[in-house]
Structure formats: C-alpha cells, structure tokens
Design a protein around this ligand. Structure first.
Ligand SMILES: [Zn+2]
Length: 214
C-alpha cells in the first residue's frame, strides 16, 4: 500500500467523505519521496493562510460557506509547480487534500534546541521533506478558527497519525510554523490551546509527550 493510499483510507475513516475534497493529482504531486524513517511524514505542521473571506466565527456568515474561499484554495493548489500545503482546512470544516507527498510549506528554519521537535531528526531548512502541512483558512489577525475548523483539525491530525503510524497526536506530531522559524507567527493559538481542541473530544492522545521535559 502506498502512503497516498494509506492517507486516503485514514482521512475517509476519521473525517468522512462529506468533509473531504481530493484535488487533482493529489496522490502524485510531489517534490520528492518522504525522507526519514519508514518513508512516512514525521508530523503535521500547522499554518494559517493569512487570507480568508471573513474572520467571523458565525457558521452562517457568508465567508464561512463552502466555496467562499475558493480563490485561496486555488492559489495553494496552483501557485507553484507543486502545492503550497498538503491540506487546506476551510472555514466550513472541509479539508482540501492537495498532496500526500512532500510539497512546499515550511521554508527555512530549524528545530535544533527546540524540544520535543529536535527529536524528529530533521536538519535545518529541510522540514518540507519530512512534514505534512495544513493551511488553516484564517485572516490570521486573531484567534478566529471556527468550531467546524477546530473539529476537522482534530480528525485530520488523527488521520495523519493513522496513516503514518504515530502513537498519538501529542505536541511532537503537531508543531506550528512559528516554532520552526521566528519569521512566522502562525498560528495565533498556543500549543496548549491546540491540545485542548483535541482533549475536548475526550481523546487522551493529545497529552504532551514525556520528551517535552527532556
Ligand atoms: Zn505558515
């Protein structure tokens, strides 16, 4: 089974088909093969788009409807030769799957001296070769993720866990872009706030990794 096949099965299992849009060539678009252990990604990096039709969290707001942010999703899919994220998480909770394989999203940065992520064994400036990345649709000016986005993020993380063979979705597996590089501020949420979105469901696999204290 290829990684793309595993990812598709895990996404359908965790999110369900009504919350998924597989973009053209999602299973083949890539820069390279997954580097690192087992030929699978090491984590899911969290981003915000810094562009969105609204920062209202009202689910009935026009900018939170399916298709309202189509221009941003198209940009991420087509701006470069390969997509600019593995996934886009729209404000209505829909997950657009751009690629199951390494693309562009992390840029220059490092996890050196930054536990627990220093344990991932990723050399400086090579995160794109090792990490999935989700662009969460948000103006990025404040904490404006909709409830639908928060819910889908939890199940997206769990799908990545299942496809990649991770034990949990603790801090190790969900670094934020701002932890990779001080050039970036995404997302506006703290790691603990992201963890709380997961534990809200009663899922216990969001607990900080023991390695966090190392
Ligand atoms: Zn980012």
């Amino acid at each position: 089974m290829t990684y793309a096949q595993k990812l598709r099965a895990a996404l359908l299992d965790q999110l369900g088909k009504d919350w998924l849009v597989f973009m053209p060539r999602w299973d083949v678009q890539r820069r390279c093969a997954w580097q690192g252990k087992g030929g699978v990604p090491a984590a899911l990096m969290l981003h915000h788009t810094a562009a969105a039709a609204t920062d209202s969290v009202n689910p009935r707001a026009a900018g939170n409807q399916k298709g309202a942010n189509r221009n941003v999703i198209t940009y991420i899919q087509t701006h470069y030769e390969v997509p600019a994220a593995s996934f886009t998480l729209d404000r209505d909770g829909t997950v657009y799957v751009h690629s199951a394989l390494p693309v562009w999203h992390a840029g220059l940065g490092t996890f050196q001296g930054k536990p627990p992520w220093n344990q991932l064994g990723i050399r400086a400036d090579t995160a794109n070769d090792h990490l999935l990345g989700v662009e969460i649709m948000s103006k990025g000016l404040k904490k404006d993720f909709t409830v639908a986005q928060q819910d889908s993020l939890v199940f997206l993380l769990r799908a990545c866990r299942d496809a990649s063979g991770w034990d949990n979705v603790g801090l190790l597996r969900r670094p934020q872009h701002k932890s990779w590089t001080t050039r970036k501020i995404d997302t506006r949420y703290s790691d603990a706030e992201i963890g709380a979105m997961i534990t809200k469901y009663g899922f216990t696999d969001a607990v900080p990794d023991p390695s966090r204290d190392a």
